[in-house]
Design a protein. Structure first.
Length: 296
């Protein structure tokens, strides 16, 4: 009997010792790394990256990130490190099919964040640049926003290329390539993600969808990102080839009686901190560039 008590006491002492060492970080280097399930000190910012095997997020996600990261992966076997990744969502299909599945079925993963960014996986940047993008979106209280594109990027809309003399432009449009949503609108926005497979036309629909909310929409020029691949080569990102992205675009336009908008900037904030309203744009750009570079 005394031997049984001694063994129990020894086991309890050993268990308590191991627990103390873990709490003091003494044994963490020997424990298996499980970044998907480990506890996080949650950031206010979240990047959800719909990605394949060649994703460039590994260039701008590291220990210095002031934002959390979820991967929505459509490949077979993840070839890169999962350090600094909060969660991996596995789903075959297009970017927007996968994102809809994640947001619809796992609200516990995203509902508490103030800002949620949905970049394509072929966008290159630095962690410092993305940290600053989130900070500026919050500072200037945007509800729907994107980083400008570097001037060496592949692009669909020239107006979304960086204006280096500006901090931001308040606009009527952001692109599906890299939209960021505030907590105010994300619960309503994600319900549009299953409108079609390609996402074409969603960027025209969002400003109309939130017209009554009077949201602030814009492009952050201080934090440009590099779009590294030709536009449109992914198509749907889906195995369903029965409907082209262009057909999906026209279906969405017809469904909501939309027109393809002309890009309009309503205000600018310069790097010197000067706010410029629309009526003064032409003079501002004439002084800076000797030609107008924004569609009025």
């Amino acid at each position: 009997m005394d031997m049984d008590v001694s063994i129990k006491e020894a086991l309890m002492l050993a268990e308590n010792l191991v627990s103390d060492l873990i709490n003091q970080n003494e044994l963490k280097s020997f424990l298996p790394q499980t970044p998907i399930t480990r506890e996080y000190s949650m950031s206010k910012f979240l990047a959800v990256i719909r990605c394949g095997d060649n994703s460039l997020h590994k260039n701008w996600v590291n220990d210095n990130a002031q934002f959390d990261v979820i991967l929505s992966y459509f490949g077979e076997d993840i070839p890169y490190s999962l350090d600094n990744i909060k969660y991996v969502h596995h789903f075959k299909g297009s970017k927007w099919e996968g994102l809809y599945d994640l947001f619809h079925n796992h609200p516990e993963l995203w509902a508490d964040y103030d800002y949620i960014w949905l970049p394509d996986d072929d966008l290159d940047s630095t962690v410092e640049n993305i940290n600053l993008f989130f900070e500026l979106m919050q500072k200037y209280q945007f509800d729907l926003c994107q980083p400008a594109l570097t001037n060496n990027s592949y692009y669909s809309y020239k107006d979304l290329l960086q204006e280096p003399d500006l901090i931001y432009r308040e606009t009527n449009f952001v692109e599906v390539m890299a939209p960021c949503f505030s907590k105010k609108i994300i619960s309503k926005a994600y319900q549009t993600f299953n409108e079609n497979k390609s996402g074409w036309g969603l960027d025209f629909y969002w400003p109309i969808l939130f017209k009554e909310e009077n949201i602030k929409v814009g492009v952050i020029d201080s934090t440009p990102i590099h779009h590294t691949r030709p536009v449109g080569i992914a198509g749907h990102g889906s195995s369903d080839k029965t409907l082209s992205p262009l057909n999906e675009l026209h279906q969405l336009l017809d469904k909501y009686s939309l027109e393809i908008p002309t890009f309009v900037a309503t205000s600018l904030l310069t790097q010197k901190g000067k706010m410029i309203q629309k009526g003064s744009f032409q003079l501002f750009f004439k002084k800076v560039y000797e030609k107008k570079k924004i569609t009025l």
